[in-house]
Design a protein around this ligand. Structure first.
Ligand code: SF4
Length: 80
């Protein structure tokens, strides 16, 4: 069995940590812009009012989400 070189091991660990840190930062930024109720078809799954909701494209479908994912979506929610 090959011995582990501690320096090489640490270098790889640092590289993996750097990669994951970048992914987490991107996910954090995206989560502040893309509404969690918006599905992959850009439809709204929320059961409450929102100014970004538009009529479904076809009967029986979910409403369309008109949010462009550039602004904070939470300001459009009608919670009261
Ligand atoms: S319509 Fe409003 S609640 Fe629904 S997915 Fe879009 S931003 Fe979210």
């Amino acid at each position: 069995m090959r011995k582990i070189n501690p320096e090489e091991y640490q270098k790889r660990l640092d590289k993996i940590s750097e990669l994951f840190a970048g992914m987490v930062t991107h996910a954090d930024e995206l989560s502040m812009k893309r509404c969690p109720y918006k599905n992959r078809f850009d439809q709204c799954t929320a059961q409450f009012g929102c100014r970004n909701k538009r009529k479904p494209l076809a009967p029986g479908q979910l409403p369309v989400c008109a949010n462009d994912d550039k602004l904070d979506y939470r300001k459009a929610w009608q919670t009261a």
